[in-house]
Write a protein that binds this ligand. Sequence first.
Ligand SMILES: Nc1ncnc2c1ncn2[C@@H]1O[C@H](COP(=O)(O)OP(=O)(O)O)[C@@H](O)[C@H]1O
Ligand SMILES: [Mg+2]
Length: 142
Amino acid sequence: MFKTILVAVDGSGHAGKAVRCGGDIAKTYGAKLVLLAVDGHRPLKGPLIDLAKSEDLSRSEVFERILASARILAEVPEGVTVEQRVGFGDPADEILDEAGRIDADLIVVGSRGLGEYAELLLGSVSRKILHLAKVPVLVAHS
Ligand SMILES: Nc1ncnc2c1ncn2[C@@H]1O[C@H](COP(=O)(O)OP(=O)(O)O)[C@@H](O)[C@H]1O
Ligand SMILES: [Mg+2]
């Protein structure tokens, strides 16, 4: 059923949950897993600022690091193809565009991300994707 799974990662624990779900489904179906982090040209947030400072990373290195951590977290065995990429622009638009480009048949996101409004159940990126995606969307809650 699933051949290409797109998981959106922003460095949050919620996205980590999405990565584990996406990795598990990729394993089960032998699907390709594509990990996407979008640089929204906004100031880096909480844990990302700490990461950049503590290891003296450039902005692009921070996004590469988010993807590298996600890849480890996905725990996919050898033989399952994993690709990772950085997008630029509005995160939801980029995630939806990338899903179209790679012909993804499933998009996996976390319910929340790095935003500060803890009372919200769904962040704006996950909400926009749920509204506009043309393929099934899995929202991982943590
Ligand atoms: N810049 C981004 N790049 C890739 N995925 C993202 C990005 N921002 C959010 N996401 C995805 O959307 C999910 C929900 O995040 P978001 O809607 O931004 O919530 P919040 O408002 O709490 O930050 C994240 O767990 C992640 O899967
Ligand atoms: Mg966010």
